[in-house]
Design a protein around this ligand. Structure first.
Ligand SMILES: [Fe+2]
Length: 559
């Protein structure tokens, strides 16, 4: 049975394919159309499908549209009608347009698949899709499941439980009680794109949460086991009036300098978020007293909060997928449809993020030649790249299947030497052009990580850069390029089995330097992460990257 999952309703549009319950391919539309998040969420476009991602999934698996048995779409218009109130929009008429477009999703799918799908097209509740995207890859037999995002059909947070192949919703916190929207509002208020939560998270480490603690307590009220968001205090667009500026002062615009106050605001939001999520985790633990926790939704990308959940110790293991944000709902929708339609269980415990395209040597060489570069061939790319890193070079590492999700995890990565105090500045000046306050993450050999970082019990989600771990005090001086302001590092554990080529490269760097980690940042400069060899060469050419390795083929800046 072939099931295609689609996320198209808001942003981070994506497609994923399950073949007989096994996830074989998944990709985000942004990697093809080169528009960040694939498309902007708009009342008028939930029927805009990730057509190139869908096409790629079919081609990868050698299938045609005829071969697809079922299609899952990670949003449910019926649930929306039942639970969402039009007055939650700034303009209530927007809901009519939104529902109209959602109603057209089925026709759009019929057009893409060249036939009337009828009962083969399924709307899947958004938070069920998030939950499934975490629960089935976790491999847990049963788990408490928490989803926290901006909004699904109506809910900002959902508590659920998974047992066998069944996921059951326990309780929701509906709009306006949305932590995700609070982050969007404060991102905009501080002059970022509203989806730049990771920038806000980086800035928070420089601030003092006490300064605006009282004000944020009015915006996000947190109890022992619940939270609520005041839409007027928070300045949600749906509110009749906004108290945001009277509470925390005038906004920062994009071209204004950062002040201490801005970092303090970010820190207060991070603190409120931590408390709200911990309250939900306590509530969930009481209602679903299982030993394992799955966490999904865009808010689960917050590695500071994730570390707190882990340290609180209520669960023996926490699984957060490599794509907890909306792109992951394409995977979850496919799993949910499989559970409804297939007799067998879907595959459990497969958590590899390497689900995208890969390119063979012939394709790589063709791209290099058409770009006018002279290719070199390395007999040992891991060793040669590690040597360059130890010499202070920035190396682009393009290998195997592309990652699904917002983090580059060693297959479409830019790498550098973590020992150099100036490496953050060099990376920012030559390639990344990011704000100075944003940290760079380390990729660490799993077997050596405990000597350098306060990892605690290793979890599979440590492979996805989802926890901010402390750095051992006696190691801090040796790896300044990956040390954040608060003494933590958003590390990726690298297991040999999960990514042998990347593990080998870091092992070579370890042999050369005695340091079992490298700086890893996504291979891009402001645009979506590179997908093809041609994308990689474009970014290599326009930036200050010193060398680009694609398989065994490599280019250097001197060429
Ligand atoms: Fe979502």
């Amino acid at each position: 049975m072939n099931i295609l999952g689609i996320n198209a309703v808001y942003h981070d549009t994506a497609a994923a394919l399950l073949v007989d319950g096994k996830l074989v391919v998944a990709i985000e539309e942004e990697r093809f159309n080169r528009i960040k998040h694939g498309k902007m969420p708009d009342v008028d476009n939930p029927h805009q499908f990730p057509e190139r991602a869908i096409r790629f999934c079919l081609d990868y698996a050698g299938l045609t549209t005829e071969d697809i048995d079922h299609v899952g779409y990670s949003f449910d218009p019926e649930l929306r009608r039942a639970r969402f109130r039009a007055e939650w929009w700034p303009n209530p008429k927007d809901e009519e347009v939104f529902l109209l477009r959602l109603g057209q999703a089925r026709e759009v799918a019929d057009g893409i698949f060249g036939r009337q799908l009828r009962q083969k097209f399924h709307f899947v509740p958004h938070h069920l899709a998030h939950a499934a995207s975490a629960y089935f890859p976790s491999g847990f037999d049963r788990a408490a499941i928490l989803t926290v995002d901006g909004i699904g059909e109506a809910a900002g947070s959902t508590l659920a439980k998974g047992v066998g192949k069944e996921i059951e919703e326990i309780e929701t916190f509906d709009f306006p009680h949305s932590i995700g929207f609070a982050w969007e509002v404060i991102c905009g208020y501080l002059g970022f794109d509203i989806y730049d939560a990771s920038k806000l998270m980086g800035l928070a480490a420089y601030g003092n949460p006490e300064t605006f603690r009282g004000q944020f307590a009015q915006m996000i009220r947190v109890g022992d086991e619940d939270y609520s968001v005041d839409p007027e205090a928070m300045g949600f667009q749906s509110a009749k009036t906004s108290r945001l500026e009277s509470l925390i002062g005038p906004p920062r615009y994009e071209d204004m300098a950062f002040e201490r106050r801005h970092a303090d605001i970010a820190a207060a939001l991070q603190e409120s978020t931590n408390e709200a999520i911990m309250a939900l985790v306590r509530r969930l633990k009481r209602k679903v007293p299982f030993d394992k926790l799955c966490f999904a939704g865009g808010v689960a990308l917050n590695c500071v909060t994730n570390e707190l959940i882990k340290q609180a110790g209520g669960f023996s293991e926490i699984f957060i997928p490599y794509a907890p944000h909306d792109a992951g709902t394409a995977i979850g929708a496919a799993f949910a449809v499989h559970c409804a339609k297939a007799k067998n269980q879907p595959e459990r415990g497969n958590s590899t993020p390497y689900l995208g395209p890969e390119f063979d040597r012939r394709e790589i060489l063709a791209a290099v030649k058409s770009a006018g570069f002279t290719p070199h061939i390395s007999k040992n790319p891991a060793r040669d790249a590690a040597g360059m890193l130890a010499d202070g070079k920035i190396v682009a590492w393009f290998q195997g299947r592309m990652e699904f999700g917002p983090r580059a995890l060693g297959n479409r990565s830019l790498l550098a030497d973590p020992r150099r105090p100036d490496m953050r500045n060099i990376l920012n000046q030559k390639v990344k052009h990011r704000e100075d306050f944003r940290p760079f993450a380390p990729s660490v050999l799993a077997e050596h990580a405990d000597q350098w970082f306060e990892v605690g019990a290793h979890a599979r989600s440590h492979e996805f850069m989802l926890f901010a771990c402390g750095v051992k005090p006696d190691r801090k001086d040796r790896i300044p390029a990956v040390l954040h302001q608060d003494g933590t590092a958003r590390l990726q554990l690298v297991q040999r089995d999960s990514n042998p080529r990347y593990h080998e490269l870091i092992s070579c760097f370890h042999e050369l330097t005695g340091v079992p980690l490298v700086v890893n940042t996504s291979f891009n400069d402001s645009e979506p992460i590179v997908c093809t060899p041609a994308d990689a060469i474009v970014t290599f050419r326009k930036s200050g990257i010193d060398a680009l390795f694609m398989g065994e083929v490599y280019l250097t800046a001197e060429d």
